[in-house]
Design a protein. Structure first.
Length: 301
């Protein structure tokens, strides 16, 4: 059987084009000429006998369906070669290279800054990049190889994702400072049934919050939808409604400096644990393994 004559450099250039969306930007990232990128892609397409990239003046460079499938393998190969280079240099106790981590957007501020800063301090030869999105989006990023690991809620995960738990905590009610129930030690959802509800609407949060209301035998009537965690908190701080939150910021005020109050729920409701996920079916790179162990220690303790 004749194996295609493919180089790691060609795969790196394909990844750069996919992530930047243009040959020009990919060339700048890789510190080579646009001609070098174009030549490498042409040689890669010829070696695989596939059309991988479509280029146009308006849309830049976009992967074909075949290119998207090859991209996932390219990322795994480039990651594995990075590990092999470290091993070959006899640095068996060290990890290096670029690690891309995904995160469900609403919980990103609670995890990414701390994880990146402390991990890079412990492993200075690793550069951590990140992507954000909804749970379905980040799940697909893991399957496609766009990221190696991701912070997720253990809920509605796409097939093919393996996980390890980090922590679990009960949801709490988020109230404005002047709310009638703000001084309660715990609140039942039925006591808020007539109040306007602010929903954090980033998939699949609505599904989870509906399960919380269902467990308390209360109908969830949404009056406002927010696409960001901080907007939901700011609406609550203004007295526009109440919300439910799983994450607990240390600060107790909104961007405007208005106070918000969190109160435990009295109802017995489902939780949604935070996990670290990765795609099944292949070994993690050494830097990904090190990052996973680091996060279990950092957040699981």
């Amino acid at each position: 059987m004749n194996l295609p004559n493919v180089t790691v450099r060609q795969l790196e250039y394909l990844i750069a084009v996919a992530e930047t969306g243009s040959v020009t930007a990919a060339a700048a990232r890789c510190h080579v000429s646009q001609g070098a990128i174009s030549l490498a892609l042409s040689e890669l397409e010829r070696a695989l006998d596939l059309r991988l990239v479509v280029r146009s003046p308006r849309r830049g460079a976009a992967l074909t369906a075949a290119g998207t499938r090859v991209l996932a393998d390219a990322r795994r190969v480039v990651g594995a070669m990075g590990d092999l280079g470290v091993e070959a240099r006899g640095l068996s106790s060290q990890v290096g290279g670029v690690l891309t981590v995904g995160c469900y957007a609403p919980i990103a501020p609670f995890h990414l800054p701390a994880a990146i800063a402390t991990f890079e301090r412990a492993h200075p030869d690793v550069s951590v990049r990140f992507v954000e999105g909804s749970l379905p989006e980040i799940g697909e990023d893991l399957i496609s190889g766009r990221c190696e690991l991701a912070f997720l809620y253990d809920q509605d995960l796409v097939p093919g994702i393996a996980t390890t738990p980090l922590y679990d905590q009960a949801p709490r009610v988020l109230l404005p400072a002047g709310h009638r129930l703000r001084r309660r030690r715990a609140v039942a959802l039925r006591e808020l049934a007539g109040d306007p509800f602010v929903l954090l609407d980033v998939a699949p949060s609505e599904r989870y919050f509906r399960s919380v209301f269902a467990a308390a035998s209360v109908e969830m009537v949404v009056t406002h939808r927010a696409r960001s965690f901080e907007l939901a908190r700011s609406l609550v701080a203004r007295g526009i409604g109440y919300s439910i939150t799983v994450q607990q910021p240390v600060v107790t005020s909104s961007y405007e400096g208005l106070e918000v109050v969190t109160v435990p729920l009295r109802d017995d409701v489902p939780t949604t644990p935070v996990v670290l996920g990765w795609a099944r079916g292949g070994a993690l790179t050494r830097r990904a393994q090190a990052f996973a162990e680091h996060c279990v220690s950092l957040f699981g303790g």
